[in-house]
Design a protein around this ligand. Sequence first.
Ligand SMILES: [Zn+2]
Length: 328
Amino acid sequence: MYPQVSRRGVLAGAVAGAVASVWPGEARAQDGRRTRALRVAHLTDLHVQPERRAGEGMAACLAHVNALADKPDLILTGGDLVMDTAEQGEARTALQWDLFTKTLRDHNGIAVEHCLGNHDFWGMNKKKSATTGEERNYGKKRALEALGLAARYRSFDRAGWHVVVLDSVMHEGDGYIGRLDEEQWEWLKGDLAATPTDRPVLVVTHIPILSVPAALVEPHKETGKREISRSWVLTDAKRVVGLFAKHRNVKACLSGHIHEIDRIEYQGVAYICDGAVSGNWWKGRHKECDEGYGIVDLYPDGTFEHRYVTYGWRASPNASIEAGLYQA
Ligand SMILES: [Zn+2]
């Protein structure tokens, strides 16, 4: 399921090493073209459920990724893989995970690394999901079990890049806030400290660390204050951004959650929110965002190129009037 460094990655690394002494920090093949280390497809907010042809849509997206003439080496998912398990019982939760894992198995031949989102947290709202919190696989364990993952956050090296997948969703009351828990924060500090300074780092979260749409809030009618939702961006973004400032090899952060596309450049790091495979939760486009996914080309010198790709999905005309589940 997780192949080692791709052949292309090995070749790119070899070329980069060969020319590094000639042009420091810039890798070029013998014909003068820049040599890529790794091509990543970032698929976020799939929100799979039996309704609204979501399974078909996910299959169409995977078919599109797998048919690219210049095929990605790796798929990173960005969380909210299923429509909603936060407010659903075990049977409905199992139905959604079964559809997700079957669709992935049947329509994809590329290595995948998963990130979890708020909709993947089983029983966040105990009343609505009829959970107690004492279930063997309560919460994130249910998603990890379905996906065959050992940990909710982790890192790995691929083709000369260091990829960090974080868990940005913290349970609070019947909902959640965006944050890294202390255990994960300590781990992240150690992980970046242990990463060689010449190895570029790509970070993946579900909830954005920084986000333009999250900041576009109307002032409060009485106080005039503008308050950013604690569930839209990381509430501890300041310390995370501060940590990245100490590790200049952190180059890019990918996120989802907002179902919009935006890119912030701050202190040498790009924060990219990558739209949504499901668009408007399988009801068409969401604001300016069509159903799609990100393609990120990573280079050995720590530079990268990103673009958002649509896959031609047309939402079912009945999708918006079908019985709605959880929307946000
Ligand atoms: Zn989300």
